[in-house]
Design a protein around this ligand. Structure first.
Ligand code: F6R
Length: 241
């Protein structure tokens, strides 16, 4: 694993954005696996800035997001579809029909999950951006005795709902379920870019990167991938030897 530690948040955001921008420059039809949450917001801001400055076009790029809440429409400002438009898609020239997110409103969620898997199989993700949950989740693959390889519906851990309640008016409004890519799909990406910040994530960073590979900490499975780049701020890296 290539682990890099940054003193400054803006430098971290710029480094992550640089990796994505360089991929798109060298491979204009790149396939990006994208994440939401608080961690990528600054990365997308830096990516938009870099792309404007260097006239990087995303006309040939396609994207697949990790997850979406069940029951939120794309025009709900807490949905991940809304987030992606707000922070990235509306600010670059990627054609919207080349962007894909799980459909948390699908009337037959299991059928949708199969469809998303078929799309992912045909797509071959070049770079998968990931954040890390406090419990070690990646996407919404929560710790469990068994993990699913493919896209599936997941019941969110109460800890995850509590962590994400900060974006909602109250915890009661946080959906109880989500659709997420499975760990099998995540690990199929050519390259993985894991970004983590904050003292509150220091112990899970240590577990994920240096602990045993276990379904109790889904991010530990990243240790099995040949090409993972980890960008950490000083706080998130503070418990690494
Ligand atoms: C988001 C996602 C989640 C987040 C994780 C960290 O698409 O898949 O795994 O990356 O919950 O969230 P933040 O960045 O808000 O701490």
């Amino acid at each position: 694993m290539d682990i890099r530690v940054f003193e400054d948040n803006l430098e971290l955001d710029t480094a992550a954005a640089r990796l994505i921008a360089d991929l798109v420059t060298t491979k204009p039809n790149a396939v990006l696996g994208l994440a939401t949450g608080s961690t990528p917001i600054g990365i997308y801001r830096s990516l938009v800035e870099l792309s404007n400055k260097e006239s990087i076009s995303y006309k040939g790029v396609s994207s697949y997001n990790l997850d979406e809440y069940v029951g939120l429409t794309p025009d709900n400002d807490q949905s991940y579809a809304y987030y992606m438009n707000e922070h990235l898609f509306s600010k670059i020239d990627i054609p919207l029909n080349q962007t894909h997110l799980p459909d948390g409103m699908a009337s037959h969620l299991d059928a949708f999950c199969n469809k998303y898997d078929r799309m992912l199989e045909g797509a071959h993700v070049d770079l998968q951006l990931l954040g890390l949950g406090h419990n070690g989740h990646i996407g919404f693959n929560e710790p469990a005795s068994e993990l699913s390889a493919g896209t599936h519906v997941v019941t969110l851990d109460e800890a995850t709902r509590e962590a994400n309640a900060r974006f909602f008016a109250s915890i009661d409004e946080v959906p109880t379920q989500a659709v997420t890519m499975g760990v099998g799909s995540i690990l199929k990406a050519e390259r993985i870019l894991l970004v983590v910040r904050g003292t509150d994530k220091a112990s899970i960073v240590r577990r994920a990167l240096t602990g045993p590979v276990t379904t109790d900490c889904p991010a530990s499975l990243l240790q099995l991938h040949a090409r993972v780049t980890v960008l950490l701020d000083r706080e998130a890296a503070s418990l690494l030897a």
